[in-house]
Design a protein around this ligand. Sequence first.
Ligand SMILES: [Zn+2]
Length: 467
Amino acid sequence: MSQFDLILRGGKIVTHEGVRVAELGITDGHIAAIAPRLDGSARAMVDAAGLDVFPGLIDSHVHFNDPGRAHWEGIATGSRALAAGGGTMFFDMPLNSSPPTLDAASFDLKRAVAEQTSLTDFALWGGLTPGNLDRLEELAERGVIGFKAFMANSGIEDFPHADSYTLREGMKRAAQLGRLVAVHAENEMITTEFAKRAIGLGKTSIRDYLASRPVRAEMSAIAQAVSLAAETKCALHIVHVSSGEGVSLVAQARAQGVEVTCETCPHYLVLTEEDVAKLGAVAKCAPPLRSATMQEELWSFVRAGAVTTIGSDHSPAPPEMKTDRNFFKVWGGISGVQHTLPLLLTEWSAGLRPGAKVNSDSNAPDRKSALQSIARLTSFNVAERFQLPQTKGRIAVGADADLALVDLKSNFTVRAEELFYRHRQSPYVGRPLTGRVVRTILRGHTVFQDGKIVSKPTGRFVRPVRP
Ligand SMILES: [Zn+2]
């Protein structure tokens, strides 16, 4: 009898703690042994020589729009794209599925769809809106990862923004239920008023849209959310912070004892307002892309460890919803779930980014610490912040064998034909990247290899663990 189901040999293991060469012995979907050299026998062997082995990426921010709007993306295609990018788990946002996840019934519906069609493991967000305060408890019982609220118009009618009363009351209840609240932080009054004025004057270009969502709209909302979190003792996570100033506000509040963390997204780190001016609808998002100077500032906060998680905010829509000449009417959302790892590896670890100290030797200390930080931001920190079971987000004995094998020397250009999305559009098409995901392993089982999906959907629902 073989000692292991699988031995992964020769790879460099990248974890939140560091980088080292080791072999992994995998049995029943779990990591059973880690050692410089494993002597036991195995039924199968994976040669990872020359590859870096990351913990499977956990994307805590996607909109797969299923059920109800699978023609926008769907869990089947969304989870395949995630796996092609080294992802082994996603957290689906409560909108833009139809119905949105606002009560037990809509939660059950989405969980059933995901259990049938997801290639990767998954968790589900519940929504916090003016109409569903009395449903938070049943959502918590069902195992939502947390509650998501919009402080500004969400763009979709069945998910109204949380006014101050709703947000405060929702945070109180979430704190009692032991769940965190995540907010889209932009000030409703500022963004709506600016948009109205611009449209009224016939100013509807890309630049006009960008100007209608200034950083101060983000700052004002973050400040309000933080003060409510302080008052209600609710754990708070600010999603898709677009600016260093925003991160700095979060860091200050944390230093004062507020339990608040934040996320940023690859697009804020690699694209700027010049890119949206060039690329148009595929690069429209809210908060919008910022200037190169602001982006550099955001990077410095990321490098300093002030950002807790990086999520893709993958949010696609059919191409026909992205064609209006009035840029305010173009449906927003960036398709990016497939490229989080290569984008970060290219910009940070391979060192295209000015200011990033780089050495092409992956054993060099700066390179190692960049890789370690990427493993934290895309996996370990996500598991910790959202209280996933100890089996997720790490490469350790007893953990699920969720792994992304990456060839850090492989250069490639993103091509539309290689996107696994339902609609093959992304602002990253044509972009040269370094660091190709060559294999993704979910609980010991290869789901993606050499550009192809090689497994049926076997994704499982994961609920947070409460102390
Ligand atoms: Zn989102």
